[in-house]
Design a protein around this ligand. Structure first.
Ligand SMILES: Cc1ncc(COP(=O)(O)O)c(C=O)c1O
Length: 452
């Protein structure tokens, strides 16, 4: 019989898969180390188990203890699986920018999840670094993992990921490209590969909003490089001890938009359903394509599974809201595509100004078309209302017909963006689009600016 004695024995020995489409402009063999085959669906299972085993061995983690960690989800999953098999409790601290799916998944495997704000300084008491440290100090019989500075993190990749890639490529790997977060994956794998062949080039993939690339190139920790970003799992606003900059030959930075677009492309073009840092890694690899020669063997690592991003990079509305969808917007119909399913908010001529104000507040809008029984007869917008208020402080109780301006012009769905833009001016804050089914929708300045 061939079986694993528990789920932890299935960690590692993930496949190396040739990429045939998404990297076709690269003149080299490109192979992806697909870490979703681990039981927790990410590379992090490897280091999570290693960190626990090392802590057990030297007494930092005692029987029945509580494992505490600040984790963006994947390390938490690995720790939780090991905790279940080995009988520990888990408390994970996660930042609010992480996907809801990741939090739900951690709860599904029995962990307690504490959510902290993303946009605070690392030394702020609310930050996820500070909260995890504090919980570590306050909880009896607990062990604070600290994947950033815990040497067992990189060591796991030195013992497993590096040797697997070396064997799977028959020692022919020439380049390793990988997203860098705590640095465990890049540093441990790089250490093993460079010991085997110092000519292997190691490329780290970084994000805009992270300090790694500049620090590697100049030795300067530049706080100006730190700003909020969307890409998950890679980039940092600290220098984790697990990033061994001496083993990394260079960094390339990938934008949030490119990372999101390439996350989708890997799924669609290769049939490999992987996460956001895989999209970053592939775009980084494409940015580096001039580094590779035809006989080179380039290995890229895909950290985690796409299912954790179904509400984000794999969701059209989420992508459109951030301007990440590469859609051609040429007509009035295109401009209203993302809110066409929402009802058009209107007011009637006999309603009071206070009703229009309430509706503007509730729907977070700045202008409303006015209707009567025959159709659209006027409009109100916030600057006109302010103007009327300055003249008459009792305006809120007046009927709309006393303060309304001109009705908005109406265009067909097929009207070009140019035609629509020309109709919007100081007097005219919006245009109505005739949906040809008795319904109308509104295009505002905001929609046009977003399209640009
Ligand atoms: C999805 C994802 N990608 C990349 C990384 C970066 O890996 P490492 O921390 O080993 O540098 C992480 C780490 O949290 C991750 O969760």
């Amino acid at each position: 019989m061939k079986y694993a004695k528990n789920i932890l024995e299935t960690i590692g020995n993930t496949p190396l898969v040739q990429l045939n489409s998404v990297t076709k402009e690269v003149d080299a063999l490109v192979l992806a180390k697909v870490e979703t085959f681990n039981p927790g669906n990410s590379v992090k299972d490897r280091m999570a188990l290693k960190m626990i085993e090392d802590a057990e061995a030297d007494g930092r983690l005692k029987p029945g203890g509580t494992i505490i960690e600040g984790t963006s989800g994947n390390t938490g999953m690995g720790l939780a699986l090991a905790a279940i098999v080995k009988g520990y409790k888990c408390i994970f601290v996660i930042s609010d920018k992480q996907s809801k799916e990741k939090m739900d998944i951690l709860r599904a495997v029995g962990a307690e999840v504490v959510v902290c704000p993303t946009n605070v300084e690392p030394d702020d008491p609310r930050s996820y670094y500070s909260v995890s440290k504090r919980l570590g100090e306050e909880t009896p019989n607990s062990w604070y993992v600290n994947q950033y500075d815990n040497p067992s993190n990189a060591q796991a990749h030195y013992e497993q990921t590096g040797p697997e890639i070396w064997e799977q490529t028959d020692g022919k790997i020439t380049h390793f490209v990988v997203g860098v977060g705590t640095g465990g994956t890049v540093s441990g794998t790089a250490k093993f590969l460079k010991e085997k062949n110092p000519n292997i080039k190691i490329w780290g993939v970084d994000t805009y909003g992270s300090v790694f690339k500049k620090y590697h190139e100049t030795g300067i920790f530049d706080e100006n490089e730190i700003y909020p970003y969307i890409t998950e799992g890679i980039g940092e606003d600290i220098l984790p001890k697990n990033v061994d900059f001496s083993l990394i030959d260079g960094f390339t930075k990938v934008t949030d938009k490119d990372a999101a677009i390439y996350t989708r492309r890997i799924a669609k073009e290769e049939g490999i359903f992987v996460g956001n840092s895989a999209g970053s890694a592939i775009k980084g690899l494409l940015q580096l394509k001039d580094e590779f020669k035809p006989d080179d063997v380039v290995v890229v690592l895909f950290h985690d599974h796409g299912s954790r991003y179904v509400g984000k990079m794999f969701n059209d509305d989420w992508m459109r809201d951030r301007g990440f969808l590469e859609e051609e917007i040429t007509t009035a119909g295109d401009l209203i595509k993302d809110h066409i399913d929402k009802p058009l908010v209107t007011v009637q001529t006999e309603e009071l100004v206070s009703h229009a104000i309430e509706r503007m507040r509730a729907f977070k809008i700045s202008q409303i078309p006015v209707r009567d029984a025959n159709g659209f007869v006027g409009s109100v917008d916030e600057s006109a209302l302010l103007h009327s208020y300055l003249e008459d402080k009792n305006i809120a109780e007046k009927p709309i017909k006393d303060v309304m301006g001109k009705a908005y012009p109406t265009v067909k769905k097929s009207a070009s963006i140019d035609e629509v833009s020309k109709l919007i001016n100081k007097e005219n804050q919006a245009v109505l689009v005739d949906l040809e089914n008795g319904k109308y929708h509104i295009v505002t300045k905001y929609d046009i600016i977003r399209a640009i």
